[in-house]
Design a protein around this ligand. Sequence first.
Ligand SMILES: [Zn+2]
Length: 324
Amino acid sequence: MNTWTTRAVTAATASAAALALAGCGGTGGTAAAGSGGDGLTVVAGFYPLEWAAQRVGGDRVDVSSLTPPGAEAHDLELAPQDVAAVSEADLLVYLEGFQPALDEAAQNEAADTAWDAGQAADLSLTAEEHGHEGETAEEHAEHAEEGEEGEALDPHFWLDPTRLASVGDALAERLAEADPDGAATYEENAAALRADLEALDAEMSAGLADCAVDTLVTGHDAFGYLADRYGLEVVGISGLSPSAEPSPAAQAEITELVRERGVTTVYTETLVDPAVAETVATEAGAQTAVLDPLEGLTDESAGSDYLEVMRANLATLQEGQSCT
Ligand SMILES: [Zn+2]
C-alpha cells in the first residue's frame, strides 16, 4: 500500500467517525459537508445509490446519504446543511425524477458534479399515474385518453439487480474521471459488485420461475422492474409514490382484482403506513406480508444491506406468490 492510499484510508475512517457522531443528534440528513481528507466525498440521494457508491468507491471514497435512515425517500427535503453537502461534494449520485428536491439542488448547486444514475439504469418502464382524488373510473379513463395524466417514468430500477450492476459499472467510470489514480480499483470493485448482483439475480430467477400467482399487489408501485425481470405483473395500490393515496374507486378496483386473480398475499412496506394495503387484504380475504422496496434501510429492515434485504424479499415472494 502506498502512502497516499494509507492517508486516504485514515482520512476516510476519521471522517466516518465524525459522521457517526454527527448522526446521533442530527435531525435532518446524514450528510456532512466536506470531509477535508484526501478521499473523494460522495453524496448519494438514497440508500441503493449510497450502497452502490460504497461498494464501487471502497476505501477511496467517503459516502453519505441525504435520506436519513427510516425516512421516506421520495419526499426528501433538504436542510441547509444538506444543500451545502451537495454543493461541496466531489460527486453527487442521484436519480433524476425520484426526489424532486434533489433534482433542483443538483441543477443549482452541483451542475458539474451531479451524476444521474438513471442513464446507466436504462429507465425504460412507465407506470400509470393513479387517478385524482375522488375521480371515478370513467373520468380517470377519459383523462388518460386525453393525455392529461397517463404514463410516468418508473424510477425504481434498483429492484432489478442487473440494472443496479450496470449503474455500478458506470459509476466506476465516473469515479475514475474524478480520481484517475483509482481507476483500476473502481473497475475491480464494480466487477465484484456485478458478480454479487448477478448471483442474486440467478437466485431470484430460479426462485420465481414457477409461481401459482403471477400478480404482485404491493403498497406503492415500486416493483415494476422486479416484476418485469422475473415475469410477474405488478399492481401498486398507491401509484409511483407512496404519498399518492388511491381514490375509493381505485381501491375498490384493486380489491376486486385481488379476488378475481386469486391473490393470497397483499404486500405492505417497511416505510409506508400499511393501512390501505391492510384494508384491501381484509376486504378481499387475503393476508399481508412485508415487501421492502429498499428506498431506505432501518433497524426493522430484514437485513443489513441491499443483498440481504433482497434475499429476504425473495423468500417473502416465494411464499406469498406460492412459488415452487
Ligand atoms: Zn418508491
